[in-house]
Design a binder for this molecule. Structure first.
Ligand code: OSB
Ligand code: MG
Length: 385
């Protein structure tokens, strides 16, 4: 096997695709209330605010959803910084007849702002797939498969409340349960869940709330047979995670710290994690996400798709992505009703009795944006190109 430090991604097969005929690009910011607030160590969100891109080209309407929050509490980008980058730097690079590969090279001059880049790529890939009349997963080069669903439960007020939420998730058929932890809401909560569900595939996510000095406390989690501990240390750290991993039996998984294939290679080579959370928006788009997943597959590192509580647009993208080679662990894509009373797309994501999700079959992302629901959720609208 090629060592992680020397692995290089093969040429992207979509690089030669021409992005032609784009007539109009509109930014639409929506706000959708959550069924219940989502609490993490980093922030509590009561609604999903998301910037959407609507791209119109020769009779085809394509969509992208940006994963940036309105605040910088999960990641540095916000809805407002994304708006600024799209309007002033990224969309002006989208010249007629540019290829996807050339656009990626132009985007690379802009440092960071990967969530802003990802939403453009997402919308353009939806456009290309719709033009060809194929589902997004087929454009990416992967066959259909059913996607095992996992759930991410927010911080709760008591271990009892958490155990009740886990019981609901188990009854629904989720293949893996993730629970958020934060200092003071960790050992007792994990113990309560593990005692109630001895065989559950269970993991925790700290969203960067601990420090290396907390290693003895985190080592106590080894007693609970967790699949992994996600992002215990700082959102920007890789090295200290490598020191922590040596002191734990439980595998670490990195989320916030992995922004690119290079970061994933560094983390694996340093032993900073034994599992990868891949969020396509966080790493700059679907093509980079596929590269990371392929790297993970070739290194024998389990990987899974994270989520950002997306509306049906981003949720569909995450489902298509999970057909790619390398996604070996159930991810954070849950059914729509767990997030929203009413989404802006149809059909909603629903779990089959066995806890799997079907990949939408239609062209592109395969879901339809409903004009009336979109209008009701819209808080800002602006033509950008
Ligand atoms: O850390 O994975 C995370 C949601 C928003 C921001 C960060 C995270 C999450 C989740 C929920 O854990 C994932 C989902 O259900 O979409
Ligand atoms: Mg996470």
């Amino acid at each position: 096997m090629v060592p992680a430090s020397e692995w290089t991604a093969p040429e992207g097969k979509l690089d030669a695709e021409v992005v032609g005929g784009v007539e109009r690009i509109e930014e639409i910011v929506v706000s959708l209330p959550f069924v219940t607030p989502f609490a993490t160590s980093a922030a509590t969100w009561t609604c999903k605010e998301a910037l959407l891109l609507k791209v119109e080209a020769e009779g085809v309407v394509a969509w992208g959803e940006c994963v940036a929050d309105p605040d910088p509490y999960y990641a540095p980008e916000t809805v407002t910084t994304v708006h600024h980058m799209l309007r002033d730097f990224l969309l002006p690079l989208l010249k007629p007849q540019v290829t996807l590969g050339e656009l990626a090279r132009r985007f690379a001059r802009v440092r960071g702002h990967r969530m802003a880049k990802a939403v453009v790529e997402n919308a353009l890939l939806d456009l290309m797939a719709k033009r060809r009349g194929v589902p997004l997963h087929e454009l990416l080069g992967f066959p259909r498969k059913r996607i095992p669903s996992g759930i991410s439960l927010g911080l709760m007020d008591s271990p009892e409340a958490l155990v009740a939420a886990v019981a609901q998730a188990v009854a629904r058929g989720y293949h893996r349960v993730k629970m958020k932890i934060s200092p003071g809401k960790d050992l007792a909560y994990v113990r309560a869940v593990r005692e109630a569900f001895p065989n559950l595939r269970l993991m925790v996510d700290a969203n960067g709330a601990y420090r290396l000095e907390d290693a003895p406390l985190l080592a106590e989690l080894d007693a609970f047979d967790l699949m992994m501990i996600e992002q215990p240390l700082s959102y920007s750290d890789i090295y200290q995670h490598s020191l922590l991993q040596r002191r734990l039996a439980t595998p670490l998984c990195l989320d916030e710290s992995i922004l690119s294939l290079e970061d994933a290679q560094a983390a694996v080579a340093l032993g900073a994690c034994r599992v990868l959370n891949i969020k396509q928006g966080r790493v700059g788009g679907l093509q980079e996400a596929v590269r990371i997943a392929r790297f993970a597959a070739q290194q024998g590192v389990p990987a899974w798709s994270g989520g950002m509580d997306e509306t049906g647009i981003g949720r569909a993208v995450n489902i298509h992505l999970q057909t790619a080679e390398g996604f070996t662990v159930p991810g954070d894509t849950s059914e729509t009703s767990r997030y929203f009373h009413e989404d802006i797309v149809e059909p909603p994501v629903v779990l089959a009795a066995d806890g799997f999700i079907e990949v939408p079959e239609g062209p592109g992302i395969g879901v339809t944006v409903l004009a009336d629901r979109l209008a009701a959720a819209t808080i800002h609208r602006e033509r950008l190109a």
